[in-house]
Design a binder for this molecule. Structure first.
Ligand code: ATP
Length: 614
């Protein structure tokens, strides 16, 4: 449709008021999108950005998409110079629709700011109606949306062309978009051609980068200390790029093949450690230690299952990963239990990443970390004016934000009784009623919950409804504490060093010391201790007594173990963590730690005893 056609406004008005559309006069893709917006109750009279990530969340999202940014930025910076002159903005968007980068002509940026079309905003069809970014994201094709083709008024003054970018595995990596006020520049088709060409150039870079990553994997192989152990190096797809000398005869012609196929019945995976790129810092492959076996069923982990952490070699954790693999293929509700810092969130993310929902949002919320009175509005959202202080536009809750994807409800045991009925309703009916609203919103989500305690004990204590328990506790996964998988500690240390480009080599004695400690804060605490060593000692290794002083409560490990049988509440655990961190910071100076935390010294002592820290 021509954007200056005066009948266009009538077409739009008729559709948003009466739902009637003369499809013959409309691009099929755009008509389809309008119908979807109407069905999803997108407000045609608004369309300004609503979900805008705060700086730390945007930084985290950029980190998650660092490979895309690393590859696309040089190309964007080059193009940006030219688009600036044509009064446009150039944008890069992640696969979930969040704007990671927006730069361009000052005047256009100011207009964009007025409709909250800024870095960090979620610019999908569900949020702001038909638009080039959101529509291209859904249909996975390049598209231009001009003026009144937009569903919501906020974008009626804009013309936008967007194209999807695919990585070397043909997975969606992001969207590139050029947007400009409609009256600035009339040659829309040419802009779309440029955007498609830029997407193609970025895709070529993905392929080149994949080759460079493979070279880096080979370099990693050359630097391996013990080339005689049965080790293979796989790329991200689980295909073999290198095998150690001792495997070459049994695994002839296996390069480029999937490790899973090659292992057959004769080999099992003993451990799997991720390798990170020193250029873009994303995971580029795995170092896999194999073991010959008669019993091919034991401990086998598929190479196609992606886990962004260390699997190690313990049977306890391998079983967890096997459960994740099985459940990821389904839509079943999962409940993860495990002490703080054991990796529950990482596991929830892995289930999402290996499920059919992987390109849709993963939304995590810690029910124990938000004030009880705000949990309802955070989870279910609210209608405009639902309560004093509510945003005028209302607020989409986490369930609606996670639509199509996975919601991770951490510390589910902290959900207040009055919210449990509403949660039960969402789990049963798969629809959400925002606070102050009456109309249910259908949601298509996978639910994963987690607690650090025995969930049924909460039912016994009357803190959790039994019917809710049975809705949550469908497929339980128990994550072992670090002290129950001590054999994985060397792999976790290696992972930390590699991820942080820290070229130290710990002696066996030091590794043994790490394996003797009880790690009440689990992997999080292990990484904190390593971080502290890295900061304080750089490339030197501290002596054994120096190391011991870094482990909180080293002398009282026996007592500590006994006390762990009595589980701490989530809030107690947080308080304990704060105290441990402060004691680390003040090198064990109790008076200073108490003062820093603003706790009277006598109370601090009492709590130290309670948490067995002295
Ligand atoms: N297997 C693993 N490999 C590498 N890093 C891990 C692994 N498991 C956990 N981590 C790291 O340990 C830290 C804690 O993990 P995570 O937040 O997932 O634990 P959690 O059990 O959800 O903790 P909490 O109950 O306190 O929320 C994170 O930095 C995470 O990246």
């Amino acid at each position: 449709m021509d954007i200056v056609d005066p009948s266009r406004r009538e077409v739009w008005q008729r559709f948003v008021r009466e739902g009637i559309l003369d499809q013959a006069r409309m691009n099929k893709r755009i008509a389809e999108s309008w119908y979807l917006c109407r069905q999803n109750n997108v407000n045609p009279f608004d369309g300004k950005g609503k979900i805008i990530l705060a700086a730390p969340l945007l930084a985290e999202r950029k980190k998650r998409n660092q490979r895309l940014l690393h590859i696309a930025m040089p190309i964007l910076e080059k193009l940006q110079k030219y688009f600036q002159e044509t009064k446009s903005i150039l944008l890069l968007i992640d696969p979930e629709g969040y704007v990671l980068y927006a730069k361009g002509n000052q005047q256009a940026m100011e207009m964009a700011e007025a409709i909250k079309f800024v870095e960090g905003v979620k610019w999908t069809e569900d949020e702001v109606g038909t638009n080039a970014i959101g529509t291209s994201l859904r249909i996975r094709e390049p598209i231009t949306i001009a003026g009144l083709d937009h569903y919501s008024v906020a974008s009626h003054q804009w013309c936008c062309s967007a194209a999807p970018i695919y990585d070397e595995n043909r997975e969606l990596a992001g969207i590139i978009d050029v947007s400009y006020p409609v009256n600035h520049y009339p040659f829309h088709d040419h802009v779309l051609a440029t955007v498609v060409a830029a997407a193609y150039t970025i895709e070529q870079q993905f392929h080149m980068q994949a080759k460079e990553d493979e070279l880096e994997l080979l370099k990693h192989a050359c630097n391996m200390k013990n080339p005689d152990s049965p080790v293979v190096i796989c790329n991200n797809k689980g295909n073999i790029v290198w095998v150690s000398r001792c495997l070459r005869t049994s695994f002839s012609n296996m390069l480029d093949q999937s490790l899973e196929n090659v292992c057959g019945d004769h080999w099992v995976i003993k451990s799997k450690t991720p390798i990170y790129s020193s250029v873009h810092h994303d995971m580029i492959g795995y170092r896999v230690m194999l073991q010959k076996t008669e019993n091919h069923d034991f401990n086998f982990i598929s190479t196609t299952f992606h886990f962004a952490g260390v699997i190690g070699k313990s049977a306890a954790f391998a079983n967890v990963i096997k459960s994740c693999e099985k459940v990821a293929k389904t839509d079943a509700t999962v409940h993860i239990t495990g002490e703080t810092g054991t990796g529950k969130e990482l596991i929830a993310r892995a289930i999402h990443q290996n499920s059919r929902r992987k390109n849709r949002p993963f939304v995590a919320i810690n029910c124990g970390a938000i004030p009880k009175e705000l949990i309802g509005s955070e989870l279910f959202g609210y209608e405009e004016g639902a309560f004093t202080g509510a945003k005028r536009t209302g607020h989409k809750g986490k369930f609606v934000q996670a639509n199509g994807g996975t919601i991770f409800l951490d510390e589910i045991g902290e959900i207040p009784p009055e919210m449990q009925i509403a949660l039960l309703r969402v789990l049963q009916e798969r629809e959400v009623v925002p606070i102050g609203g009456i109309k249910p919103i259908p949601v298509d989500i996978r639910v994963i919950t987690a607690t650090h305690c025995d969930l049924y004990q909460l039912v016994r204590e009357g803190k959790l409804r039994e019917d809710l328990f049975y809705r949550i506790y469908v497929y339980p996964i128990k994550v072992p504490a670090l002290r129950e998988r001590k054999e994985d500690i060397p792999f976790l240390i290696q992972y930390y060093c590699q991820k942080n480009n820290w070229p130290v080599s710990f002696s066996n004695e030091v590794i043994q010391l790490f394996m003797t400690y009880h790690w009440p804060g689990n992997i999080r605490e292990l990484f904190n201790v390593l971080e502290r060593i890295r900061i304080e000692y750089g490339d030197h290794i501290p002596s054994i007594p120096e190391l011991k002083s870094m482990f909180i409560g080293w002398e009282n490990q026996g007592e500590h173990r006994k006390s762990e049988q009595k589980t701490l509440s989530y809030r107690e655990q947080i308080e304990k963590n704060h105290m441990m961190e402060m004691l680390e910071k003040t090198k064990g100076d109790i008076a200073r730690a108490a003062a820093e935390l603003n706790i009277p010294r006598s109370t601090f002592y009492r709590k130290l005893k309670k948490y067995h820290l002295i």
